[in-house]
Ligand binder design. Structure first.
Ligand SMILES: Nc1ncnc2c1ncn2[C@@H]1O[C@H](COP(=O)(O)OP(=O)(O)OP(=O)(O)O)[C@@H](O)[C@H]1O
Length: 693
């Protein structure tokens, strides 16, 4: 049960604290004779040695309680107002019991907590990470009616608030409102009672490879508050002290109340064309050790993630006010190197900075590898473990901050290497299975082939035959959007090609024995293993988006490598009122091509030629496709299927495959190939290899 400490309890606690070993007067200035003077606010933080720790980061905070507008926990300065005995405050035991119960259900144990001020606990959500730090900051209103909490660990950031009663009145709201209306204070080193760093703190910095010279130049000081010592990072602008940030033994950061939040080290970037932005004061100092003074640190760490919202206006961008109020310093920089932490919050911070500073002038760093798996996470770590020259290398090798949609060939060198060494697969395309076409047309995943030809020329038959060949040679699977075909007819034609026998023993079977029941079963299995059908189950015509959505599902679910849309005119082509057919076709083909490329899926798109007046019997032209010249402009490959129908002119099984466009010279050429069509099985063969020759 939460309780307010009695005077006796506080004395007991204080006695415990003073029994803790005190290595230095700087770390703990108290003695038992000092006891009665200590205000209660110091009771909850046991003093301990100021241990060196790897983390140099301020903790991002969006606390809505007991905070100054700068986002850092502002410890109230010792004042008579805070030293009054809490026992004198009113409390409502019932509301406390309810609050305790509610928090207990969330895993927050408040039995040792004190109302009316910040309490540090283990966060039930993240357990304080590897170091198991007391990262949960819990504030219980003095009247015990409400509680708010937030985990300071950027990776966690769990926060929330609750009230004992749904309608319970709490002092919390009015408290935070008061805090919002703040006037910035005028401060000096003297008024803050900052003192030169003691030897122990200088040694602490030395362990982090920060020299006394760097500390001196940056005016790093210390501040004693009662029995506690804290490092003081003064924030200067044009030589005037604007704010001061502190770091205490529990790795807690806070900033002078009612002071402006600006970039740390601001004067060091004045008139600099190259500037570095880091995520903490220690990293700013580390950069100096590597020879870079032109560096600033953000004042309050990194956000847990990138905001999904647009960048707010200057007035509303409260979280990043430090960029706006330092814009005079930032605007001249032509190169901003974002050297934030390598962890997700650090990268989120880099993105938030780049969004505001303009990606085009931003660069980013790659932190070196620590071992096979991990990287060093920040400047101070690199300085400590690899030294100043390694840190200098990191900055010297900064790379352009990526801009979505803007690339360099370098970004693709891995892929180009794989292409050269032919380890990507299908670099030369897959053979159609017909020797006559090997130099003309090979099937490349991710390309679009437009197939045309006069009605009944055999376009669908040829594509089906091609799919059978591809399945036989490389095992590809396909989605078929063939609206003109009845499913059973299409199945029949495909099985005939697979089994190489006629489905029936009627006229076209030409006395060849029809497929057996066993063959039918074999054929059905092959059908179901190889093809997926995209069909509109009602009378309506499918539109291209609908087809591509289903094809996408077939890629993801069944790994198809090819899609047939046969024919174009069976799709729903309703256009916007102000859209021309040319515009419509262009957009439709763009969508198809994007699908093909994105999913490495080849698309065959069958389009009819417009009505040919005075047709002489010659193969149509790709520009004859009804609708738009975009068909030939946009496709990767354009093929016309043509067949001889005049016995006088030559064999009637002769099929001319006219390759009229091949965009990729690696995989083909313009030219004609001749195949023969076996009407019994629907199989195409190289003309000189046709059966019964
Ligand atoms: N070279 C050929 N010789 C004889 N018949 C053929 C030949 N090619 C195709 N056929 C026959 O023509 C008919 C139509 O074939 P297919 O459906 O493939 O043509 P298509 O060009 O796709 O037709 P459409 O433009 O009407 O869709 C089928 O019955 C097929 O057997």
């Amino acid at each position: 049960m939460l309780r307010f400490p009695s005077h006796n309890q506080r004395l007991q606690l204080l006695r415990k604290l003073t029994a803790f070993p005190m290595p230095s007067k700087h770390f703990l200035a108290s003695s038992s004779s000092f006891l009665p003077l200590l205000p209660p606010k110091y009771f909850h933080t046991p003093s301990k040695r100021f241990l060196p720790s790897l983390s140099s980061k301020p903790i991002p905070k969006t606390l809505t309680f007991s905070l100054s507008t700068n986002g850092f926990c502002s410890l109230p300065s010792p004042s008579p107002a805070h030293s009054q005995d809490l026992d004198d405050q009113p409390s409502d035991k019932r509301s406390l019991q309810i609050l305790e119960h509610k928090l207990d259900q969330l895993g927050i144990d408040i039995t040792q907590c004190v109302a009316g001020r910040e309490n540090r606990l283990k966060c039930p959500s993240c357990n304080g990470g590897d170091s198991e730090e007391l990262s949960l900051s819990l504030f219980i209103s003095q009247d015990g009616y409400s509680a708010s909490w937030m985990c300071f660990r950027a990776k966690c950031g769990w926060k929330g608030h609750t009230k004992a009663f749904a309608e319970g009145k709490s002092t919390f709201k009015s408290y935070s409102r008061v805090n919002k209306a703040k006037v910035e204070r005028q401060i000096t080193v003297e008024s803050l009672q900052l003192e030169p760093l003691c030897n122990q703190l200088i040694a602490y910095f030395a362990e982090r490879m920060i020299s006394a010279e760097t500390l001196k130049r940056n005016g790093i000081m210390e501040k004693m508050t009662g029995d506690e010592i804290a490092i003081a990072f003064p924030y200067w602008r044009k030589g005037k002290l604007v704010s001061c940030k502190y770091r205490d033994i529990t790795k807690r950061f806070w900033q002078e109340k009612d002071t402006e939040k600006i970039l740390y080290g601001l004067d060091d970037i004045e008139n600099e064309s190259d500037i570095i932005i880091v995520e903490g004061e220690m990293d700013k100092l580390a950069m100096e050790e590597a020879g870079f003074r032109n560096c600033v640190s953000v004042p309050d760490g990194a956000p847990p993630s990138v905001s999904k919202k647009e960048v707010p206006t200057e007035e509303q961008d409260t979280k990043y006010q430090y960029l706006w109020n330092c814009k005079e310093y930032l605007k001249e920089a032509s190169r901003v190197i974002l050297a934030t932490d390598g962890d997700p919050p650090g990268q989120a911070l880099a993105e938030e900075l780049a969004r505001r500073l303009g990606r085009e002038r931003c660069w980013r760093v790659k932190w070196p590898k620590k071992n096979d798996v991990d990287h060093f996470k920040d400047a101070n770590e690199v300085l400590m473990y690899l030294g100043p020259s390694a840190l200098k290398d990191v900055i010297d090798n900064a790379e352009l901050y990526p801009i979505r949609g803007l690339f360099n060939f370098r970004d693709f060198f891995d892929e180009i290497d794989q292409y050269y060494h032919r380890t990507l697969g299908y670099e030369f395309g897959v053979s159609t299975g017909w020797r006559a076409l090997d130099n003309l047309y090979n099937v490349v995943p991710g390309e679009l082939t437009i197939v045309t030809g006069v009605p009944n020329s055999g376009k669908s038959e040829w594509i089906d035959s091609l799919l059978c060949n591809l399945n036989g040679s490389v095992g590809w699977k396909f989605a078929l959007c063939s609206m003109e075909n009845k499913v059973r007819d299409h199945g029949r034609k495909l099985i005939e090609k697979y089994v190489k026998r006629p489905f029936f023993d009627t006229g076209y079977g030409s006395n060849v024995e029809r497929i057996s029941v066993q063959d039918l079963e074999k054929g059905k299995k092959w059908l179901s293993d190889t093809f997926y059908l995209i069909r509109c189950e009602n009378d309506s015509l499918p539109n291209i988006e609908w087809v591509l959505d289903l094809a996408r599902a077939a890629v993801l679910r069944h790994g198809i490598r090819g899609l047939v849309i046969d024919p174009y005119n069976e799709l729903d082509h309703q256009r916007r009122a102000n859209q021309t057919e040319t515009e419509y076709v262009s957009q439709m083909l763009t969508k198809i091509k994007r699908f093909a490329q994105h999913h490495s899926c080849h698309v065959w798109f069958v389009a009819h030629p417009r009505q040919l007046h005075q047709w002489t019997g010659a193969p149509p032209n790709l520009y004859d496709i009804s609708g738009s010249a975009h068909f030939i402009n946009k496709c990767d490959n354009g093929i016309v299927i043509h067949r001889n129908r005049d016995p006088e002119a030559g064999p009637v099984d002769l099929v001319q495959v006219c390759v009229r466009k091949v965009r990729n010279k690696v995989v083909g050429n313009i030219g004609d190939a001749f195949l023969s069509y076996d009407r019994v099985t629907g199989i195409y063969n190289d003309f000189d290899e046709r059966p019964n020759q």
